[in-house]
Structure formats: C-alpha cells, structure tokens
Design a protein around this ligand. Structure first.
Ligand code: F0G
Length: 482
C-alpha cells in the first residue's frame, strides 16, 4: 500500500477524496458547554448535537458516504417482499465472502441477538478474543458466559505488537480441553477488536484459530463490523500478505470462518447489518427468527436505500484508498498526542484514538471512573465528544459490587472521511492543554444508575468543583477564544 511522502519529511495523512457536501458545525463558548455537560450528567451519550463541535463518540452510522452510494440509494426498489434491491447485496456478499446464505438485520446487535438465541444454551461458554458490550449482553441473556482469550499483549496499553487482537492459541486449546466441545456454543473472533482500542488480529492467527475449531468441530463466528481497518492492518503489517489484494485477503478470511456477521453502520459506511454463512442448517435455524424480530427476508428491518448503500459500500471497502483513511488519520492523532506525552494506546489501531485515562489521571481511583471523568473534561475544554470505555461501560455484579474494567479508556472515534486534518489538530491541541492541567481533573459519582447498559443512560456528578476550576483556568489561558 503506497503512502504519499511529503518533501518536508512530515508524516501527514492525505485525504484521497474531495468534499462535495458540507454540514455546518457549532463551536459554542466553554460556559455553554459547562451547562450542557452538567445537564447530560457527565454522560457524553446524553449531550445534544447543538453543543458538540467534533463528534468523536462513534464511527457507527456516521461515516461519510460516497457519491456512488448516494446514487445507488436513488435507484432502490421498494417492496415488502421480492425487491430487486436485496439480490444486489446478496450477490455482493457471495462475491466478496463466497457465502451462499445471507440474512439481513437492522443492525449488528440484532445479528448478535439471533446468533445467541439460536446457538447459546444455558451454561455454555463463548470463547473470544475480546467481548463487545452488546455481544456479551446477548450471550449472557441467553444463559451463556464469555471467556476472553486475547493474548497478554492485547491488554497492555503501550506495545509495539502489530496484532494485539490475536487470540492466545494456548489458552484456546486449554479451554477446549477443559470444557469439552459440547459446552462451547461457538468461538467468536472480533476483527478490529473494539474495546481494546480497535486492535487487529493477523490472518495467520485467524487461520490457526480456524484450524483448532475445525479439528474440534466447533463453529467459528466472525464479527466483521470493523473489517475495513483490520484489512488495512493485515495488508500493511503482515509480511506474508503485503502482495495480496484486499479482495484476496477478504476472501481468505471468509473461507476460514463458518458464520460472518456485521454492523453495516461500520462495515460498508451505511446503516443495517447482516449474517452470512455456507451452513444451510445454521441458516435455516436463524431464518425463522429474522422474520420474527427483523422483518421479511428481503429487507430485515433495513430500508431498501440502505441495502443499496451497503452493497456499494462493501465494494468500496475493497479499495485501499478508501480503507487507509481511518487508520492513517488515527495514526496521526495518536502520534501527535504521544509526542506531547499524552498516554494513548499504541500501536495506533482502527476505529479511533484511545487515551489511557488511568495514566492521564493516576490520582483518580477507578471507583471514581477516570475514563468518564476524562470524557467530561475533554468535552468541556474542546467541544469534542468522546466515549467512556472503562468501568462505567461494565455492569455491576449481582451483589452490587463494581466490575472494574481492564482498561480505562477515552475513545475518540474517527468517523471515516468526515473530519479534516485541522479539526484533528484542534482536538490534539485542546487535549494536550488538558494534559498539562490534568491535576485539576477530579472524579465522578453516579446520581442515576440503570441496571443494564448503564453507560447509555446513567447520570453522574463531579466529585468536588473541578469543572468550575477548569473553566476559570481555560479563560485565563485562552482569553475569550471559543
Ligand atoms: N460488534 C462490534 C465490534 C461493534 O463495534 C458494534 C457496534 C456491534 C457489534 C454492534 O453493532 O451498533 O450496529 O448494533 N459498535 C458501536 C460503537 C456501537 O460505537 O463502537 P450495532
């Protein structure tokens, strides 16, 4: 994959597209943001778009679409059953993944609901490299449990391991030996492993996991939501794959798995999702639930416009110029923050830049949610909205005790082809300033705490008046700047 080299020697990502439609942004004064973040209970999910400058909450459903995707949406064929649009996506899936059976769903977690209902029985275990919030919740809801087998390197915040999302094969073999095949519902691999910082697995590791699963007669389920980034990393970091095309790598991956599911809010830059397989028996079992939960088999809860957009988006994902954009912008942001001493997950992964709140705020105990506090502080001083990916994103034990997450991260997602370099530089500038004033930031405590997925709706308040002090310091340093 070629990268443009600047004469200055600077490592700058270059946009390989032009902007044809724009949307105005709001940059409001810090005093307005103080009111907004309080109203939102320091939960960035509860902020309003009108108070946000750069929305780095997620890359889900907010990646920029291409002119070709929009054109395809205009051609969609709307009907409850038998639309001409659906086969376009079905055929694209067959072409790219080589899978005969495709079930449409309204988004990724709907696929997880169906997979868990069909394949997870009470008392079974689902080994995986690492969980995602919704994937774990569905498995647990169906009486199963999750075993995370990511290699030790995956949980180290700073590392130079190129594939921190790899499964530890020794741990997988040991688990299969200890549990036995029948206790294992399936093995799940999450590509571009979200919660450990968008970290990739290698093709080699996937091939080894696949061989172990096939030998043991265990189904291998592949969550392809973050496939675009992982494809880029396989191509650029795995020596054996450097001469393969993205299409070839994609097909090799698919051939190693039994079921692929994805959120098309990420993969394909649209909205929706799907489940693909060559296993007719598995397909038939899942098919019944599609009509129950999602809709008829030719739309599955998606609008036909989105189905058209996914088909084109998947094809565009085979283009190196398209999939390099996320990882290269993220790498730039990670390197710039790193240069200024801000603790970030390394190496840079996909999805976004992940700031290590434990090292940013060593004086804030995990019981006061350092990642949540950092998300609140970053929004306050910059209008950049990130997402807490730490203990608030966990769920309490049945006895009410906290489950402290392995990492306390502030995720600053990089929606693909959405932000320009100067916007990324602005975010870096404000975060570096915050880092220089980090001792002013305090913790948070819950004032409203839902039992399930508390990170979506929970409200917290600051421990002490550190918000007000930060605003005063901002005004002293930045004058009347926004
Ligand atoms: N799997 C992975 C790896 C994901 O990152 C997500 C969503 C899902 C499944 C569920 O898909 O949202 O379409 O239902 N991740 C989003 C995020 C929510 O912000 O990281 P969904």
């Amino acid at each position: 994959m070629s990268k443009v080299i600047f004469h200055s020697g600077e490592n700058i990502p270059l946009e390989l597209h032009k902007v044809r439609i724009v949307q105005k942004l709001n940059l409001v004064p810090i005093e307005r943001r103080l009111a907004a973040v309080r109203e939102a209970g320091n939960n960035t999910f509860l902020l309003k778009n009108r108070d946000i400058f750069l929305d780095m909450l997620t890359d889900s459903g907010v990646n920029a679409m291409s002119d070709k995707q929009l054109a395809a949406m205009m051609e969609s064929d709307d009907s409850y059953a038998g639309s001409e649009t659906f086969p376009k996506l079905q055929n694209k899936i067959k072409e790219l993944f080589g899978m005969d059976y495709f079930l449409p769903v309204h988004q990724g977690r709907a696929a997880e609901n169906i997979l868990s209902q069909v394949f997870v029985k009470e008392g079974q275990v689902v080994p995986m490299n690492y969980h995602f919030t919704t994937s774990k919740a569905h498995i647990v809801l169906n009486g199963g449990r999750v075993e995370e087998l990511v290699g030790d390197e995956g949980l180290k915040v700073t590392s130079d391991h190129p594939f921190k999302g790899n499964i530890d094969l020794g741990k997988l073999n040991a688990l299969i030996a200890a549990e036995g095949k029948d206790k294992i519902a399936y093995v799940r691999i999450e590509t571009g492993t979200n919660l450990i910082g968008g970290q990739p697995h290698s093709l080699e590791n996937l091939a080894e996991v696949s061989a172990i699963c096939r030998k043991a007669g265990i189904m291998l389920v592949f969550d392809a939501s973050l496939l675009a980034d992982n494809l880029y990393f396989i191509k650029t970091r795995e020596a054996a794959c450097k001469d393969m095309s993205i299409r070839e790598i994609t097909r090799k991956i698919a051939d190693l798995t039994d079921v692929i599911y994805f959120s098309a809010r990420k993969l394909g830059c649209a909205r929706g999702g799907g489940i693909c397989t060559n296993n007719l028996d598995a397909y038939m079992k899942m098919r019944e639930l599609i009509t129950l939960y999602e809709g008829f088999l030719t739309y599955g809860g998606m609008s036909v416009r989105e189905i058209e957009a996914i088909a084109v988006g998947l094809e565009e994902t085979m283009d190196e110029d398209m999939i390099c954009q996320g990882p290269q912008f993220i790498e730039f942001m990670v390197n710039e923050l790193n240069k200024h001493g801000v603790p970030v997950i390394t190496p840079a992964g996909g999805l976004g830049c992940h700031v290590d709140a434990m090292r940013f705020l060593p004086h804030v105990p995990q019981s006061q949610y350092p990642a949540g506090a950092l998300a609140s502080a970053v929004f306050l001083v910059s209008g950049v909205r990130g997402m807490e990916r730490g203990s608030i994103s966990e769920q309490r034990n049945p006895d009410g005790s906290e489950v402290y997450s392995n990492m306390e991260l502030l995720r600053l997602a990089m929606p693909r082809r959405v932000f320009t370099l100067s916007q990324v530089k602005y975010a870096v500038d404000r975060i570096v300033w915050l880092y220089q004033n980090r001792e002013m930031i305090g913790g948070l405590k819950f004032v409203e705490e839902p039992k399930m997925l508390r990170f979506f709706f929970g409200k917290l308040t600051t421990v002490g008046d550190w918000h007000e002090k930060l605003v005063a310091k901002f005004r002293a340093d930045f004058g009347d700047s926004l």
